[in-house]
Design a protein around this ligand. Sequence first.
Ligand SMILES: [Cu+2]
Length: 511
Amino acid sequence: MIHRSAFFAVTALAAVACNSPVAQAPTAQPAGAAPAAKAAETDTGGSAKGDFGPPVGAPVEAQLTTAPEVPAATGRKQPAKVVVDLEVREVVLPISEGVQYTFWTFGGHVPGRFIRVRQGDTVEFHLKNHPDNKMPHNIDLHAVTGPGGGAASSFTAPGHASQFTFKALNRGLYVYHCATAPVGMHIANGMYGLILVEPPEGLPPVDHEYYVMQGDFYTVGKYREKGPQGFDMQKAIEENATYVLFNGSEASLVGDNALKAKVGETVRLFVGNGGPNLVSSFHVIGEVFDRVYTEAGTRYQENVQTTVIPSGGAAIVEFKVEVPGTYVMVDHSIFRAFNKGALGMLKVEGEARKDLYSGKEIDSVYLADKASPSGVVQQATAESAQGTLSKSAQIAAGQALFQGTCSACHQADGKGLPNVFPPLAGSDFLNADKARAIGMPLNGRTGPITVNGQTYNSVMPPMSQLNDDEIANIMTYVYNSWGNSGKQVSAAEVKALRASTQAERPQGAAH
Ligand SMILES: [Cu+2]
């Protein structure tokens, strides 16, 4: 700001002195452009100025990282030849608890390995396609200046390798992705990642840098339907995502996998969006972004709440964490966060700052079952897959799910709220008829209902987001808590009831 007003003062004087339109030419620069005197040092944007000549010194091997890790700064002051080795692997990984998906990956995980180079570097790119793979693949890096971004030069059959070289002319954070037909399918299966081209002077130092990349996924089965799930081309064409995820799995950035920082530290997120279809409204609940390099370009915006990240685009987000606690990263197209998995966490440790925030922890409001002690839902899922699901595992998983789903109304102690929400604790309605009780979360209910002699007249919406396993575990927990009858509910019972009560379900509730 100081620079710019000084600059305008100088040009104004010059204009007066010469009284010539030529002298005013500098004011035609775009807003925010560097002062003319400093342009040579600071204005590194633009490909013409990004070619700093031939590489200097011995070739450097790029250190690639798996998300959420980011490679260290290059620390170099001169252009180098950088060798990047990236191997495509087709791998089966959990996309959600107990749900397996065949991902196509750049380096074994989604998103692909993070690549970090410096503007002016010459990148020698080696793409390998693992012999066990079934598909041909290639790579299109948005940082490449040249037709196809490398795609035409890198088509690689299984068991083969290819090589091409490009000069990183433009600074910025760029998406790379596979561009082999059918392109949408390769991207939908996870074939994308980020390459950072540092400005020549490097990025300002921060305490933590993390790599987060969103993607949308399309499975034949419903959200969280267990077992191996295939890719659903029709859903992909209709842009009807089953999952919207950060870093390729619902578990990537929650619980023990949460990002970490300490009070007073600065955090930089390299956020990408692989798509294939959806635009992200990236937001961190409880934080304001001090700086956002919008669309990962050269200029930054300040004090941003939510930033748009296009499919095939990126943003660099920076903020300082002042208050300890859990910060939830979401796509603020909010059904994606709570019903499709687009949710991650940043855990900040340190002394409370009551002067800045007096409130309590976020857990039950925003985190739902993800706030539970890790492992209980996993345990039930694993036992269920082996056909050895125990009542105790069902109860533990059901409790976690109940806290995130039912406790908002029926309360954590199951006692409900007088005249508004009926109790589940010691409920005669619940204990008298198991099928009728299971039908409550399955189909919802409106109109008068009498529980323990008290009449309520309200609405319970169908819990359409819950699958058969989840309802079975919740109901088993409810039946085995607060003096209730101790019944057990199986997923098969829920499934049968779901089929036989289809006509009772309100229109618009899931099937
Ligand atoms: Cu591919």
